[in-house]
Design a protein around this ligand. Structure first.
Ligand code: NCD
Ligand code: ZN
Length: 351
């Protein structure tokens, strides 16, 4: 009998997560708190989370569903709108559990219609953030109709991000869920105040997986999967040990009927197998020694948060991902539904 293949790492954090609200929290919160110590919780609810008070109320609703004794610490964000009062940034900076502001260009993605219509409108808020060290989290895509969907991230870097960083050199910025070689190279070329999160789905898939042989609505997310040269660049960034790149699942569940329709919505529900799949990915690239930095250290360091103290162990042992989860009475299809995952959390209940 061969010895079990195990890997032990410091408890990881998820630096980009959609938990949704109400009854969905019954499923989404345990799916994350079973293994992640902290998560940066996205504010794109309906209505969006636009004040510190709303963020704290949302946090209490989340904490009602954490796994007992997990010490899950949801870190909240505010949704940036054209008229966010810079005083709200001051209140945020006095709250330990509200830590960042999320910028969605208006209409760029799910529940973002009240996002920013012109970056100039939010200069006063951004100036306050730069002054108080509050990170700005970016959904980095332009929305102009004439810009091809596969170029929207690249054009965002050129037209919005580069000038923004030049204007506010002290601003801490995270380009969320990066999908292109352009983002990787841009982040690498900048100061240590600029970082990027990488999802598991952008590491595992490219646009062929979504489109060849028929459209797979459950692989449709934003920013959309790109061609394989971009996927290769993301893989290099994740495995490379550069602290500017760290884990953010962007797990974003949607009801099955809203994905499987003539105009399906964007988002992939990955929390139920997130750390297992990142582990599998690092193992397949013979880079397990780099997993801990990416999953457990670099994000905490960037946010100025302490690294977690607990450890988790994963074991090379296969299990089958369920075909479907229920979010309340809403069926939701997870990443790799019905497929085999090669790693599992040790001591976790048999799945
Ligand atoms: C996210 C969602 O569903 O909230 N969807 C997605 O495809 N990633 C929003 C987002 O992060 O863009
Ligand atoms: Zn997201």
């Amino acid at each position: 009998m061969t010895a079990a293949e195990l890997v032990t790492i410091t408890k990881p954090d998820d630096w980009h997560l959609h938990l949704r609200d109400e009854i969905a929290l019954q499923t989404t919160v345990p799916a994350t708190s079973r293994v992640f110590g902290r998560a940066i919780v996205m504010p794109n609810l309906r209505p969006p989370v636009t004040s510190v008070e709303m963020a704290l109320n949302y946090r209490s609703r989340i904490l009602k569903h954490e796994i007992p004794d997990s010490n899950f610490n949801p870190l909240m964000t505010l949704f940036l709108t054209d008229n966010l009062d810079p005083n709200e940034i001051v209140s945020l900076s006095n709250e330990e559990s509200v830590v960042a502001v999320k910028y969605y260009p208006a209409g760029a993605t799910t529940n973002s219609d009240t996002g920013v219509t012109n970056i100039k409108n939010v200069y006063p808020a951004i100036e306050k953030m730069a002054e108080l060290g509050v990170p700005l989290l970016l959904h980095g895509e332009v929305t102009e109709n004439q810009i091809d969907i596969f170029d929207r991230e690249k054009v965002f870097i050129e037209t919005i991000l580069a000038p923004l960083i030049e204007r506010y050199p002290d601003l801490k910025v995270i380009l969320e869920h990066i999908t292109t070689k352009d983002s990787v190279e841009f982040i690498e070329s900048q100061s240590s105040r600029i970082a990027g999160t990488i999802t598991i789905h952008h590491l595992l898939y490219n646009r062929n997986d979504m489109l060849v042989g028929g459209i797979k609505p459950h692989l449709y997310c934003l920013p959309v999967l790109k061609r394989n040269i971009h996927q290769s660049s993301l893989i290099r960034a994740a495995l490379g040990g550069n602290p500017k790149f760290f884990l953010g699942t962007d797990s974003a569940p949607h009801a099955r009927p809203e994905k499987e329709t003539s105009c399906g919505c964007a988002g992939i529900f990955s929390s139920p197998a997130a750390i297992e799949l990142y582990t599998q990915f690092f193992a397949e690239h013979n880079s397990l020694s780099r997993l801990e930095g990416f999953a457990s250290f670099f994000g905490a360091d960037f946010y100025g948060q302490p690294r977690n103290k607990e450890k988790i162990t994963l074991e090379r042992k296969s299990w089958r991902m369920p075909e479907q989860y229920q979010l309340g009475d809403v069926p939701t299809i997870p990443i790799m539904a019905g497929e085999i995952v090669n790693w599992q959390l040790k001591d976790s209940a048999e799945k």
